[in-house]
Design a protein around this ligand. Structure first.
Ligand SMILES: [Zn+2]
Length: 204
């Protein structure tokens, strides 16, 4: 925040409203010294008085904080830019998540298979030791699958084949639906039809 610029802006807008420092101070129920301090950039208006000040000067708080009147068209452009940036960031993150899902999936399978292979080929005397080795991979494997499935639910969207609607289903729907890779047989919340829905990164 540029306090000097904001100060000059306050003075400018005050004069535009044909008010003296004393008149403005009176309307805000403060001393004219305080107004003078703002206008010379030595102090910022208190947040408690900002709304009232902006009302008197016929500006927005956003204008005040920028030290200039922000045009409506720029407002929209700025918001749009922000929005596009956010969408891009989400898409990037979702892509990374889906790669991570793949890695977790492979690791989960390995963690399940490796102990089974070891148990099959190692010359182990006691049968229970063999069983413990065989089952040792089950819990980490299920944990891995659970995380992978959670990622698959939240990253990106599923796209309905009938109406093109994109949506994020709940975890239960994702868990209990038939699937081939990431394509799942689920019901569309928009048109209500069931179809094989592909995973997409972009909403539209
Ligand atoms: Zn649909």
């Amino acid at each position: 925040m540029d306090q000097i610029k904001i100060g000059k802006f306050i003075a400018e807008q005050r004069k535009k409203q044909a008010l003296t420092q004393a008149q403005l101070a009176e309307r805000l129920n403060i001393t004219d010294r305080a107004v003078s301090k703002w206008e010379t950039g030595r102090a910022m208006p208190d947040s408690s008085i900002m709304l009232l000040l902006c009302e008197e000067l016929k500006i927005t708080v956003n204008d005040l904080l920028h030290g200039e009147v922000i045009k409506m068209e720029n407002y929209n452009k700025e918001m749009e830019k922000q929005l596009i940036e956010m969408i891009k960031e989400k898409e990037q993150k979702d892509k990374q998540l889906l790669t991570l899902e793949w890695v977790i999936g492979v690791l989960s399978v390995l963690i399940l298979l490796i102990p089974i292979i070891i148990a099959a080929y190692l010359p182990i005397e006691q049968e229970w030791v063999r069983m413990v080795i065989v089952f040792s991979g089950f819990i980490p494997c299920f944990a891995g699958f659970f995380f992978a499935l959670k990622i698959e639910q939240v990253a990106g969207y599923y796209k309905c084949k009938h109406c093109g609607h994109t949506h994020v289903p709940d975890f239960k729907t994702v868990s209990f639906s038939m699937h081939m890779g990431r394509t799942r047989y689920i019901k569309c919340p928009e048109c209500g039809k069931k179809s094989w829905q592909k995973k997409v990164i972009s909403k539209e």
